[in-house]
Design a protein around this ligand. Structure first.
Ligand SMILES: [Zn+2]
Length: 318
């Protein structure tokens, strides 16, 4: 009978012990072995018994040729290396993990292994030569998923307090942000309304009257005088307010040159010299303007406005 290299056997009563010897870290160890007893064979990988469910390893042998064949197949099969645990953040987490009793698997000499581990890997499929080559069997790989979840939970516990604090801070920050956002929305809306109001042109009489009311009385008087002049088509038909006329008289008396300058350059709607003279002449029994008042002018003219027109034909004695 022909064995592959590193294979040998011993015989004890009816039992044939056929094994593969490998050098591991400087010492010789039995890696794979099979025990043959009266045509029935069981397979072992190190100390583990390979479950009798692998279709590529026969358990009943009827000839030497079959035995040689299964030894060759067994020799060529890759051994499941178990799985290692990723993302363990600290020794404490690893220790906790090692203390847990899993239903699915256990720790075995630095690796983790499923209780259902077959210890041997499926031979590569000839149909899919480029398929991913795993170093652990399917059951061990499933067990790795369980380990991953457990490690994630342990890592969470480790940072539990910190995480709780962060979550609380996040919740508060979100609340504050929501409040600020609502306030900002409100202010934006108000601003929008104010802008809309500010952009509305003053195009109605009511709006303009309101606009005037916000001014000082003296300013109102000047604006009204300017408007009256602009409304009047003919120069000789302007009706001035008595207060305005009074101010014009004062200006004329105080500064005739200034009066002329303002009038001739159209800076202010000032009555003509003849109108001023006519008004002065119309004030009875007084000289100068110290006693002059709006009431006097108003009484002289019987209304709050004066029609200041140039007389069409002046009598010679005036
Ligand atoms: Zn396995």
């Amino acid at each position: 009978m022909k064995f592959p290299s590193h294979w040998s056997y011993t015989k004890e009563n009816d039992n044939f012990n056929i094994f593969q010897v490998l050098s591991d870290k400087g010492s010789l160890e039995v890696d794979k072995s099979l025990v043959l007893c009266k045509g029935i064979v069981s397979y072992h990988v190190k100390k583990f018994v390979v479950p009798q469910i692998l279709e590529f390893l026969l358990s009943l042998l009827a000839s030497i040729a079959m035995l040689e064949n299964v030894i060759n197949v067994f020799d060529g099969l890759e051994v499941c290396g178990g799985v290692t645990v990723p993302n363990v953040n600290s020794k404490i987490v690893l220790q906790k993990l090692q203390q847990i009793e899993f239903n699915e698997g256990y720790e075995d000499s630095g690796v983790w292994r499923s209780y259902s581990c077959k210890h041997l890997l499926q031979p590569p499929s000839s149909k899919f030569p480029n398929a991913i080559k795993h170093t652990a069997c399917k059951d061990c790989r499933y067990f790795k998923d369980t380990l991953r979840k457990k490690i994630w939970n342990l890592n969470q516990q480790k940072f539990g307090d910190q995480l709780l604090k962060c979550r609380k801070a996040r919740k508060n920050a979100l609340k504050t942000a929501a409040r600020k956002s609502a306030a900002l929305k409100r202010v934006k809306s108000e601003l929008h309304e104010l802008r809309a109001k500010a952009s509305v042109p003053v195009n109605s009489k009511e709006a303009f009257d309101q606009y005037l009311l916000n001014m000082e009385p003296q300013e109102q008087m000047v604006i009204k005088a300017i408007l009256k002049k602009s409304e009047c088509q003919e120069k000789q038909g302007i009706r001035y307010d008595t207060e305005w006329l009074f101010q014009c008289l004062l200006l004329r008396v105080k500064s005739p040159k200034g009066y002329d300058h303002l009038r001739e350059n159209g800076i202010l709607p000032l009555p003509s010299h003849s109108t001023i003279q006519r008004l002065i002449r119309g004030i009875p029994g007084s000289f100068g303007l110290n006693d002059f008042s709006i009431d006097v002018i108003g009484r002289q003219n019987g209304c709050s406005q004066l029609l200041c027109t140039q007389p069409v034909a002046r009598p010679a004695q005036m």
